[in-house]
Design a protein around this ligand. Structure first.
Ligand SMILES: C[S@@+](CC[C@H](N)C(=O)[O-])C[C@H]1O[C@@H](n2cnc3c(N)ncnc32)[C@H](O)[C@@H]1O
Length: 208
């Protein structure tokens, strides 16, 4: 299923699911905190463009492995009149020098990368001292019943949803990767099944 489905259906699914009002509401809480040189992991679709505070963002870069989603991102960029350096690549092997960003943004991406700890370790590498990681990610629900369903549904879900995992911890993984999270928040998104709708968001800094 993966070739044709991933090229033609998944980008449309992501384009639609990732722009639901509840999702956009969570982006709006975090993305405006980005400042300086900013890197977005999984920039495909460019759904965050409208939430950046362009007075604070000096330069925006992004990386995504999907040619179709990168195309969509470039179209969004052109329509917005903004400029950014969106390139093909994966978060686990960022094509950027160490210490070259003030902010790394990850929104609904850590669920889909192959190796979340590898991606977070790369985020650490490219951040300057004092840099921050901004995150809005869905993941493992804190309650037993949705968590049980996440485990049951994930094997099928990840095959139809572009490799999206349901059972990955979010803030716990970010802390384990060496970040300190300031008042992370979590909630179930409205009008979304609980196995899909648990979202954690916040700002994290490199542990000194
Ligand atoms: C659910 S979509 C979210 C897109 C976007 N981050 C957003 O907030 O709307 C997951 C994104 O992660 C990207 N992705 C998958 N594997 C990746 C990897 N290893 N490194 C970076 N991005 C990846 C996908 O191509 C897709 O654009």
């Amino acid at each position: 299923m993966n070739g044709w489905w991933d090229r033609h259906v998944v980008p449309r699914l992501i384009g639609c699911a990732c722009r639901q009002p509840a999702v956009m509401k969570d982006r709006a809480k975090v993305v405006p905190l980005a400042s300086g040189d900013v890197l977005e992991l999984g920039c495909g679709g460019a759904a965050n463009l409208q939430y950046y505070d362009w007075y604070k963002v000096k330069r925006l870069s992004g990386v995504d492995p999907s040619p179709e989603l990168l195309d969509r991102a470039q179209n969004e960029l052109a329509a917005s009149g903004r400029s950014a350096n969106f390139v093909a690549g994966v978060a686990e092997a960022l094509p950027f020098a160490s210490g070259s960003f003030d902010t790394v943004v990850t929104t609904f991406t850590l669920c889909s990368v192959q190796d979340p700890m590898g991606a977070l370790s790369e985020a650490r590498r490219v951040l300057r001292p004092g840099g921050k990681l901004l995150f809005v990610e869905h993941g493992l629900a804190p309650d037993a019943s949705p968590a049980k369903w996440q485990g049951r549904i994930e094997p099928v879900w990840k095959n139809i949803a572009g490799g999206c995992h349901l059972t990955r911890p979010v803030t716990r993984a970010i802390s384990a990767a060496g970040f300190v999270t300031d008042t992370p928040q979590g909630h179930y998104m409205k009008r979304t099944p609980r196995w899909l709708g648990w979202v954690e968001y916040g700002e994290a800094r490199l542990a000194s």
